[in-house]
Structures are given as C-alpha cells and as structure tokens.
Design a protein around this ligand. Structure first.
Ligand code: NAD
Length: 230
C-alpha cells in the first residue's frame, strides 16, 4: 500500500489561515499578479515583501488543527507508506508531527537569495534592505515560495510517487492550480483509489471515486480512523 495525500489551503482554514479562492479568500483582496509572480516582485519588491511578512507572521502564530494531527497519526501508524504533498506554504503538517512532507510551493518561513541561491529558515520579516547572510548582498532576498510562472518543487519525486500509489487523497484544494490539479488524473492512470475530502466538490470533483464533504477538522480525522480500523 502507498498513500499519496495532496493538501491545499482548506486544511489550514480552520487554523485561521485564509484560503485563496473562496469567498473572502486572499485573492479577493489582492491581485495575484502583484504578489505572486516574479514580474510583480520586480515591479514592487517592497509591497510583495510586506505581503509575505504578514503571511510569515500569521503562519508563526497559527496552530495545527485536528486534520493536521490526524494525518500525522496516519503517517506514524503506517510508517513509510504515506507521503503528504502540500501546496501550503505554512508548516502546520510538520508542527503536528508529520515527517514525510513535500512542500511543492515552498514555505513562508524560509528566505531564498536570488543572488547566491542560499536558503535559510527564519521568522524575521524581509524588507528591501535585508542582507543575505551568505553572500552579503542587499535586496536580493525573497520568501522561498513558488510563484505563478515558476517551477514547483519536488516534481520528479511527486511524479514517481503518483505512479506507484494505491490510494490518492486530495484534501482542501480547489483543483484550480496546475500541476497539483492534475495529480488525480495521474493517480487514476496508476490504478489508485481516489478520494476527495473537502468542504464542497472541487473543480475536478467528478474524478474522485470516493468523496466526503465537510470541514477538514471533521472529515479528515474520521477518514483516518476508518483507514486505521478505529
Ligand atoms: P484554494 O483557496 O484555491 O482552495 C481552497 C479549497 O479548500 C476549496 O476547495 C475549499 O472548498 C476548501 N476549503 C475551505 N475551507 C475548508 C475547510 N474548513 N475544510 C475543508 N476544505 C475547505 O486553495 P488551494 O487549492 O490550496 O490553492 C492552491 C494555492 O493556494 C497554492 O498555491 C497554495 O500555496 C496557496 N495557499 C496556501 C495557504 C497556506 O499555506 N495555508 C493559504 C492560502 C493559499
């Protein structure tokens, strides 16, 4: 058995971190072209850094919820049979105790230097005056998150995992952002059982054989209990 779990903003919604595309979501307040593209960063780095400083601060205050803890429990019970792929840039899966987590869109609590490529975990807010601790350049640091138009991380490992999985579970993701939105199709090609856990059916909801709708803090622990025969 090999279970691949894809998570999105919906799993962290009940931890107080806003989703992107829902009513009142982050994209209703800011234009993604301004804050989540390399072009937006080049146009107005101070604005983009301020936006991510707020995400970093919210992320540091947020606590994992019952859904994050349930997935960590599943992972610890089934050892290396579970892989969590998250689109989330928060680290709530890890805070809940999960170890086998791939952040395909990076994380808010890490800086990346555009000059030397150095990566460093930090809770400090970045500004255009920030200096890279490695190469000492000023104004070259950005949050280590993947913006629209950039290549998501870990794609080779993810593709291999999808090819070999027996169960694919999608949790709290709208199915609007590729390549993650296409993972269910790859898992189906591999013959995997496909499950959607979400507040409501996602764009690709009809591609899942099994679905459970409701808040992540309810449907995810219930599904994990069933998986573990509890
Ligand atoms: P999205 O905003 O497009 O979709 C959120 C999904 O979660 C929707 O399908 C919605 O029905 C569902 N949802 C909302 N509340 C829920 C709840 N309580 N329980 C279960 N499901 C719930 O988010 P997405 O699909 O993850 O979009 C991908 C992009 O959003 C990624 O680029 C990701 O980096 C980014 N994002 C991350 C965070 C975070 O790190 N916490 C927050 C917002 C957005």
């Amino acid at each position: 058995m090999s279970i691949v779990i894809l998570t999105g903003a919906g799993i962290s919604a009940e931890s107080g971190l806003g989703t992107f595309r829902d009513k009142d979501g982050i994209w209703t307040k800011v234009d993604l072209r301004d804050v989540a593209t390399p072009e937006g960063f080049a146009r107005d780095p101070a604005y983009v850094l301020e936006f991510y400083a707020a995400r970093r601060a919210h992320g540091a205050e947020a606590k994992p919820n019952a859904a994050h803890f349930a997935l960590a429990r599943l992972e610890s019970a089934l050892l290396d049979q579970v892989l969590i792929i998250t689109q989330n840039i928060d680290v709530l899966h890890e805070t809940a105790g999960a170890k086998n987590v791939l952040h395909m869109h990076g994380v808010t609590n890490r800086d990346l230097c555009n000059n030397c490529g150095n990566r460093q975990e930090t809770e400090q807010a970045l500004t255009v005056e920030s200096i890279c601790p490695q190469c000492k350049s000023k104004g070259t640091l950005r949050p280590d998150v993947v913006w629209f138009g950039e290549m998501p991380y870990h794609m080779e490992t993810i593709e291999k995992a999808l090819e070999g999985c027996t169960t694919f579970v999608s949790i709290g993701t709208s199915g609007e952002v590729y390549p993650a939105a296409g993972f269910v199709a790859s898992a189906r090609m591999a013959g995997a059982h496909t499950i959607e856990l979400n507040l409501e059916p996602s764009s690709g909801g009809n591609l899942f054989v099994e679905s459970h709708y409701g808040p992540a803090t309810e449907v995810v622990p219930k599904w994990v209990d069933e998986m573990l025969g509890q």
